[in-house]
Design a protein around this ligand. Structure first.
Ligand code: 5AD
Ligand code: SF4
Length: 440
């Protein structure tokens, strides 16, 4: 079976694609890079905002033509597959295989089935699954917890991915050992809310303890995403500070700077709590690089509320931010109860926020000029003559390609900075990749 997988959405989806791909490889699937070459096209879907949903709808339309022409088999997995909205699409476009985010381990059975195979259950096997290490990669993801127990009123994820289930720490450590043996230099621990790790299973370590255990494995760089401010305890901060392998980068979604909006979003904290967490982080690790998620134009957000977001932005001084326009998602409480704001208002606020973020990113990036940072070089950059990578603060860094001929870790002196990028020169190679990698 010649299979082509198309992945939308977050890093969790990328990890799930890897998981399904390795299951398919174990039953002899071959992988191809385009739809015309494939006998089976599998779409890993995202439902968090309207845009990725619409992309899947139009892709399914195209694939239906191929189905009719040459009997192409079509599969849909991930968050949209779990929702009525996705299932309606699947019925309309004749999707053969439909797997919710909890049923991915069923992919083998789905392909053996002679007729349509839909599974939307949450299977325990997934939590006990150990995917093989990807080959030829310097960075990898490891899922530590699935699902989310929060109930943010705008968010569809608790519906699609269900409640929190932590993976056994022994399994996580075994997966990390495999990755280390495969030459991986950077691992990102994944979960909808990694800080809740262990809270659902008596006897499991808490997230801070897990970070210390993961540090012991000896992979040089550990990152984690994503975090909820409510669960970002002092113990987590201490574990980060005391585990040198943990990168100096935290992504801490705030969503809004206004207490009125935070309450309507169901975020379970106030602005003051969030700012106290930021204070504690900066006190423990002064060089910490910070990013966030912000939703602009949540229903009922006034100009004054939005200005509170801008002022919080100035107080925290984020290095970067992912900024989203509120997207009403059917099935969420905010969709049901609140009136969406006019699009012009949302777009205008987003533009103002992007401007503010650019100013801070520029100022913050300038502070790195003249300093030496460790860069994990991935390969050639789009900009000709440069190699690209990122430092321990997750800044993208460009280096003259001739100075970093193979992927790996390099010591780099930062020479220049823009709002989006650092430019540097190599002052020493710390650890070149031990696996044969070809520059892309
Ligand atoms: N509209 C816009 N952004 C959303 N996010 C989640 N749900 C929505 C929505 N309905 C954003 C949040 C979250 C990130 C992953 O996506 O900022 O942190
Ligand atoms: Fe969604 Fe909130 Fe859970 Fe994040 S914490 S996945 S935004 S419900």
């Amino acid at each position: 079976m010649k299979t082509h997988i198309i992945t939308y959405g977050c890093q969790m989806n990328e990890y799930d694609t890897h998981l399904v791909r390795s299951e398919l490889a174990s039953i002899g699937a071959q992988f191809v890079d385009s739809i015309p070459e494939a006998d089976f096209v599998l779409i890993n879907t995202c439902a968090v905002r309207g845009k990725p949903v619409e992309k899947v709808r139009s892709l399914l339309g195209e694939l239906r033509k191929e189905k009719e022409k040459r009997g192409l088999m079509v599969g849909m997995m991930g968050c949209l597959a779990q929702l009525e909205e996705g299932q309606q699409m699947a019925r309309k476009f004749g999707v053969d295989v439909l797997l919710g985010p909890g049923a991915l381990t069923e992919i083998g059975k789905a392909l053996e089935a002679k007729s349509r195979f839909w599974d939307l259950s949450f299977r325990e096997e997934l939590t006990h699954h150990l995917p093989p290490a990807p080959q030829g990669q310097l960075s990898a993801f490891v899922s530590i917890i699935r699902g989310c127990n929060h109930h943010c009123t705008y968010c569809i994820v608790p519906t699609t991915r269900g409640p929190e289930v932590s993976r056994h720490p022994d399994l996580i450590l075994r997966e990390l050992e495999q990755l280390k043996a495969a030459g991986v230099l950077e691992v990102t621990l994944l979960g909808q809310n990694v800080n809740s790790y262990g809270n659902d299973q008596p006897g499991f370590p808490k997230f801070g303890q897990l970070l210390r255990m993961v540090g012991q494995v000896g992979i040089p760089r550990i990152k984690f995403t994503t975090s909820h401010p409510v669960n970002f305890t002092d113990e987590v901060i201490a574990a980060i500070a005391e585990t040198p392998q943990v990168c100096r980068y935290i992504h801490l979604p705030v969503q809004s700077g206004s207490n009125r909006v935070l309450r309507r979003m169901g975020r379970e904290y106030r602005r003051e709590w969030y700012l106290d967490r930021i204070r504690a982080i900066k006190e423990a690790i002064p060089d910490m690089v910070l990013s966030t998620d912000i939703i602009v134009g949540f229903p009922g957000e006034s100009e004054e509320d939005f200005e509170q977001t801008l002022s919080l932005y100035d107080e925290v001084q984020y290095d970067s931010a992912y900024m989203f326009i509120y997207s009403p998602r059917p099935g969420t409480p905010s969709y049901k109860h609140f009136q969406d704001l006019p699009r012009e208002v949302k777009v205008e606020r987003l533009q103002r926020l992007i401007e503010r973020q650019k100013e801070w990113s520029y100022k913050k990036n300038q502070q790195w000029v003249g300093r030496t940072v460790e860069v994990l070089v991935r390969g050639s950059a789009k900009d000709e003559g440069y190699a690209e990578g990122h430092d321990r603060g997750n800044h993208p860094v460009l280096i003259p390609a001739a100075q970093a001929p193979v992927p790996g870790l390099y010591q780099v002196e930062v020479k220049q900075a823009t709002p989006h990028m650092l430019f540097g020169e190599v002052v020493g190679a710390q650890e070149a990749a031990t696996i044969p990698l070809v520059m892309a």
